[in-house]
Design a protein around this ligand. Structure first.
Ligand code: GP9
Ligand code: MN
Length: 399
């Protein structure tokens, strides 16, 4: 029988082959995702007054698959949108958060797929209130076995700042839970200290503030530096506990930290001009996939957060074709497939489409709209299908 490729549930079947040598290299390993709050890619390998903002991540990228052209695809659901894309391979909603609006839906998420494949145990660790972003409800729908939230941590005034427990005590306390989990596990650690307005006591500032004309940006480098330190110590502990060698690590920036209002500070720090293309460049978030024992590589093909799920599945030896998603395995992603943003904008190898203007990605010139048109159609189609799946709760018809 003929497959109806216009049906959202069949869309994945139209995708190209995604074979690579890396298929299954991490089969059966634990998966440790680290959501790096508000972490933009420009901080990687950047120094402020001679000091690295992310010394640990800079050393880690040398030993990892480092994707340096990955775009933030989140919308109003911020952190929760990034979680949603990674777990489901669907796009976020145009307004609000799926976590809040459609938690009763049926999903076929990473915890479900991995439970079925290899009896993975899945858990999320986060220091904020369990109900923030409706996580306590949504994580059930996404198939999580366990959610460690604020109530599970020892949270004091002393070990908190801004939204809650600071990243260093957060990881320290998380380890005690993690070491008792059944293996293999699929886990996500959601950091919090590097959250707007980027507050941090003097004693936790491992580098001096930057000195641009925008204080938010000046503080930002210190909270990113703190987060980097927390992740470094977490890795050290995982090595001590023997968990490191049995795991793969996926570190990603969840979304931008510096909004357009404060961007002039970043442009100053980076010595960049204020252009639409540079603004788009600043929407990039780091994606670092670390597989202990595997040589590192810089991968500069474009992609977005929705591509993370098929990429992980590939490493774990699971055919992503079998699992509906709007993402593409980043190891084989075709460059002319657009990275789609929720507002209908996109990036391809050659073009950037932003606020209804088609630009050359090479030199920033604005082009005739029809050059962007084929990609615009793809963007519209994919966003529409993803919305149909969510609004119609269509995944309940799978299997
Ligand atoms: C709060 C954390 C931060 O729990 O996820 O929220 P954000 O504002 O980044 O979505
Ligand atoms: Mn966030």
């Amino acid at each position: 029988s003929k497959t109806d490729t216009n049906s959202p549930l069949n869309y994945t079947k139209t995708k190209k082959n995604d074979e690579s040598d890396l298929f299954g290299i991490a089969e059966g390993k634990n998966v440790i995702l680290i959501s790096m709050e508000s972490t933009q890619n420009f901080v990687i390998n950047k120094k402020v007054e001679g000091k690295e903002i992310t010394p640990f991540l800079n050393s880690l990228v040398k030993d990892s698959f480092y994707f340096d052209q990955i775009y933030d695809q989140t919308a109003q659901g911020k952190t929760s949108d990034s979680e949603f894309m990674i777990d489901t391979g669907l796009y976020p909603l145009a307004s609000g958060s799926v976590f809040v609006r459609n938690p009763e839906n049926k999903f076929k998420s990473m915890p479900h797929i991995l439970k079925k494949k290899n009896d993975y145990y899945s858990a999320v660790f986060h220091g904020n209130d369990a109900s923030f972003w409706n996580r306590d409800v949504m994580y059930d729908s996404l198939g999580y076995d366990q959610f460690y939230s604020k109530q599970d941590y020892e949270v004091t005034e002393e070990n908190s700042v801004n939204y809650g427990i600071k990243d260093i005590p957060f990881f320290n306390q998380s380890i005690t839970f993690l070491q008792d989990l059944p293996q293999p596990f699929y886990t996500r650690f959601i950091t919090l200290t590097n959250h707007f307005p980027f507050l941090l006591e003097e004693k936790d500032q491992f580098i001096p503030q930057a000195s641009t004309k925008v204080d938010v940006v000046n503080r930002y480098v210190t909270t990113v530096r703190y987060e980097d330190e927390a992740i470094k110590r977490f890795f050290e502990k995982l090595k001590e506990k023997g968990i490191y060698d049995e795991s793969i690590f996926v570190l990603y920036g969840d979304h931008y930290g510096i909004s357009e209002k404060y961007e002039p500070g970043v442009l100053e720090l980076m010595n960049m001009e204020d252009t639409p293309l540079n603004h788009m460049k600043l929407q990039q978030v780091p994606l670092i996939i670390h597989v202990p024992g595997t040589k590192g590589k810089n991968i500069s093909s474009i992609g977005g957060e929705v591509d993370i799920r098929p990429t992980i599945l590939h490493l774990l030896g699971i055919e992503s074709k079998e699992n509906l998603s709007f993402g593409h395995n980043l190891f084989t992603r075709v460059e002319n497939h657009p990275v789609v943003f929720r507002d209908g904008g996109f990036v391809t190898e050659k073009f950037v489409y932003k606020d209804n203007v088609c630009y050359s990605r090479k030199n920033g010139e604005s082009l005739l709209d029809n050059q962007c048109k084929p990609y615009k159609e793809i963007a519209r189609k994919e966003l529409g299908m993803s919305d149909d799946i969510i609004y119609g709760d269509l995944l309940r018809f799978l299997e």
